[in-house]
Design a protein around this ligand. Structure first.
Ligand code: BG6
Length: 481
């Protein structure tokens, strides 16, 4: 059965800031700016939301204004962003080559920014940390907002020290740690589903839930991103950031409002209570790396043979970990997080599997599947698997799959997170303590993998992942976690 969603969507950050603003984009010639940031910005500008925006690009490449303008115009056009405002941003944008780890270059950049300033660090974590430290020595114009791309630091210690540096620059509310999953419509979809209905929320606890799976399987391989990915791997790239954010949204208690303080406070509480199942990462985590294979009829070279990859690092392209959320509501319920690249099919969803009914009356036959609630985040879709009496023999059960599409968001995720920063609303960014906590949660897994306690399993590209790794089975006994 398929239904479609009705109703109109509002947005918590719909309070446009009309003051002239400058977006200083550091790392402007890089891949992130080209593929995601500029397209998101173009779409945002096209809505008319930022009428007085000036864009200043900067990078270490020796580009001139003309080359930069072409890059911006192409990225906007590819995103389908058109209209007079979009043209104006392209016409007025300029580019300044700079090494942002050097104070004199930063001074030169800042002297070119006259309006209320938003700085986007589209840079690797080590360079971001150096640039932020240099900025503490020269100071920032009052009211400056800072946007930092993930990963935020490289571990809990570096995340903490980066937070300390940022705290010397601007108040926490002016720091936007970007997790673009929070800019997907997923966030509002989960909140609406959970807190605007009576029927789901009372069921979401250890009394009724057997386990929660958060799965992000991709068919895509490395896609030329060795420079970043080979130093990160699947656990840091996806679990430490995006999947833990999804876990927080699914497991948190209802926030009284959707403002930044309430929503981020609820997420932080749940993540503080989250750790590896039974504190035993050797048992409750898996890692893998794709070997040569075929995905959707196309040959994918093995990860280790991709240009720029150092096979001896043993970087994983598949990660799976079981976590517990040690709260009254969730104690004893395993949260299984899994992600991989080069897999047979895309699967991007959170699945809540309910416990069996206490007793299925004898006489009803064919019960073999528990009920499941599915929240898809690509495509955005709600699914409910329920047992009903099928056709023919009225005593025989069968499973029905009810599906409804969530309304698509108006903006791409980067457009949405940029809008948050322009509007001065950090609701959809990661708070400093939460960024540290996400590192704390995965640290035992990283340590255990580095010590070789969990083998790196090879799987052919186009397969379902390492053998025996199709979701680690639910722990048999729900222990004290
Ligand atoms: C990025 C990761 O943050 O998210 C990528 O670095 C991943 O490896 C991507 O493919 C997935 O996001 P999206 O928006 O494509 O669903």
């Amino acid at each position: 059965m398929t239904t479609s969603q009705s109703g109109t969507a509002g947005h918590p950050a719909d309070r446009g800031d009309q003051h002239p603003q400058t977006l200083l984009l550091l790392g402007a010639t890089g891949d992130l700016a080209d593929r995601l940031l500029l397209p998101g910005l173009g779409r945002l500008v096209a809505t008319g939301a930022q009428p007085n925006l000036t864009l200043l690009g900067s990078g270490t490449d020796d580009w001139d204004d003309e080359r930069w303008r072409r890059r911006v115009a192409d990225a906007f056009a590819a995103a389908g962003a058109t209209g007079p405002r979009v043209k104006e941003v392209v016409r007025t944008t300029s580019y300044l080559p700079a090494d942002v780890t050097k104070e004199e270059d930063l001074r030169r950049l800042l002297s070119n920014c006259h309006d209320q300033l938003v700085i986007f660090f589209a840079l690797p974590p080590a360079i971001t940390a150096q640039a932020a430290a240099a900025l503490t020595r020269i100071g920032l114009p009052p009211g400056t907002r800072l946007m930092l791309e993930k990963p935020f630091g490289t571990d809990a210690v570096s995340a903490r020290s980066l937070n300390e540096v940022l705290a010397r620059l601007v108040p926490e509310e002016q720091v936007y740690r970007i997790d673009h999953f929070l800019g997907k419509s997923t966030v509002m979809n989960i909140l609406g589903l959970r807190f605007a209905n009576r029927i789901f929320e009372p069921m979401l606890s250890s009394a009724h839930v057997a386990c929660v799976d958060i799965v992000f399987d991709e068919t895509l391989g490395l896609a030329g991103r060795a420079g970043y990915y080979d130093g990160a791997g699947a656990l840091i790239d996806m679990v430490q950031s995006h999947l833990l954010q999804v876990l927080a949204l699914i497991a948190m208690d209802a926030p009284p409002t959707l403002d930044a303080r309430d929503l981020r406070g609820r997420k932080a509480q749940v993540l503080r209570a989250t750790r590896v199942w039974a504190d035993d990462p050797a048992t409750w985590s898996r890692r893998g790396r794709y070997a040569e294979g075929e995905v959707n009829g196309k040959r994918l070279p093995g990860y280790a043979d991709e240009p720029g990859v150092d096979p001896s690092r043993g970087t994983e392209t598949f990660a799976e970990v079981v976590l517990c959320v040690d709260t009254w509501r969730w104690a004893g319920v395993p949260f299984r997080l899994r992600t991989g690249k080069g897999l047979a099919a895309r699967r991007k969803e959170a699945v809540v599997t309910f416990k069996q009914p206490p007793r299925v009356p004898s006489g009803l036959i064919g019960y073999d599947q528990p009920d499941r609630l599915r929240i898809g985040f690509g495509p955005d879709r709600l699914g409910l698997d329920v047992n009903i009496n099928g056709p023919g023999n009225p005593l025989e059960l069968g499973q029905a799959h009810l599906v409804a599409d969530f309304g698509p968001g108006g903006l791409p995720p980067y457009g949405e997170v940029l809008r948050g920063a322009f509007d001065g609303d950090p609701t959809l960014s990661v708070r400093g303590d939460t960024a540290e906590d996400c590192w704390r949660i995965i640290a035992p897994v990283l340590d255990c993998w580095r010590a070789g306690a969990v083998p790196l399993r090879e799987y052919p590209a186009g397969s379902w992942g390492p053998e025996d790794s199709l979701l680690i089975p639910v722990p048999a006994v729900a222990t004290e976690g």
